[in-house]
Design a binder for this molecule. Sequence first.
Ligand code: GLU
Length: 414
Amino acid sequence: MKSYNSFQVAQQQVRKAAAILDLGLSTIDLLSWPQREFSFTLPVRMDDGSARVFQAYRIQFNTARGPAKGGIRFHQDETVDTIRALACWMALKTAVVDLPLGGGKGGVICDPRSLSERELERLSRAYIRACAPYIGIGKDIPAPDVYTNPQIMAWMMDEYETIAQRHHPGVLTDKPMQIGGTEGRRDATARGGVIAVREACNALQVDPETFAIQGFGNAGQRAALLHQELLGCGKLVGACDSKGGLYNPAGIDVKDLVTYKLTTGSVVNFPGARAVPRDSILELDVDILYPAALENSISQLNAKNIKARIICELANGPTTPDADLLLDKKGIHVIPDILASAGGVTVSYFEMVQDGTLDFWEEHVVHERLDKKLTKAYRTVQEAIREKKVHPRLAATIVGVARIAEACELRGWV
Ligand code: GLU
């Protein structure tokens, strides 16, 4: 099977959209590469007294529309190219939902599950000491991503503020509520995805009765709960995480499964469903499929067996380009990552606004504003699908690229 370099995939997506928009060569060059890349080695003291050195990155893909924005990922399989791709997708994401922000991403190559809490804290603080000159309000605002969380954001903010010698809650987002976080951030990515599914179901006349979740982490768990809460129906028939899969055609109790996952660390051996191979979850006969794991899970190997009517990409880059074409041919409606997973960064932006004004909103205000942003973005992408006669991912990329290119032109960069 063909293996993909995520950054080359992202570059191809941008170039394809740019060609349809008839953008000039200098604009295409500018939008194909990160504006700034920082690479660091982080020496960290381990609990046993030894020192380990971790490779880390922060990449600011484009800042024409505003400061860079995007998460920091702690994962052993990251490379400079995966971070570049993720940074590019963040720039597109913030543009698709029309936030006054650019896109960026950071990463530390490590297996956080093998680190103790204290080691994780030292690593998080070391990362911020290395990046401090390059991040901050008006420059680049990090947030969590895979295997990072509000506790890590709290350590990172504290380290930044110690260096700056003043409060800077807006330096990063998805902080705990007690120290400048916002209501509604924890389920924002999933909520945004479910809002997009609601819009897609209305547009395509699909009843979202059955669904499956690939990747039962934070976004996957919240999507399962919110699918039922916001759409008022829906049977979870399959779910999986990195350790295994579950299937029950009669429906899995979502709350029980979330509790089980939080207590045992996995969905494996959950009593309310049958164990199945992890990858079979993608191929279940469901109305809605939520890929909520890592890049490239939907490939040409499994795309031909996918039966879902709608795919809502909560993960970043879950579908390879070959698979994309196959899904399009099969008439499956894909809500692409740069739209479906934009709820997280949208509420991050709300958090920045609240930190800047010290006026904190009630939860229902966050939910209403998120709904408005996502609904509008979904409809804008639908319009682009109709107008340009392209599939949803290309349409969303066209919307994002057009907005970034316009900002670059206005600034006189191209
Ligand atoms: N890591 C999330 C994403 O990929 C959120 C980024 C943010 O809030 O800045 O969209």
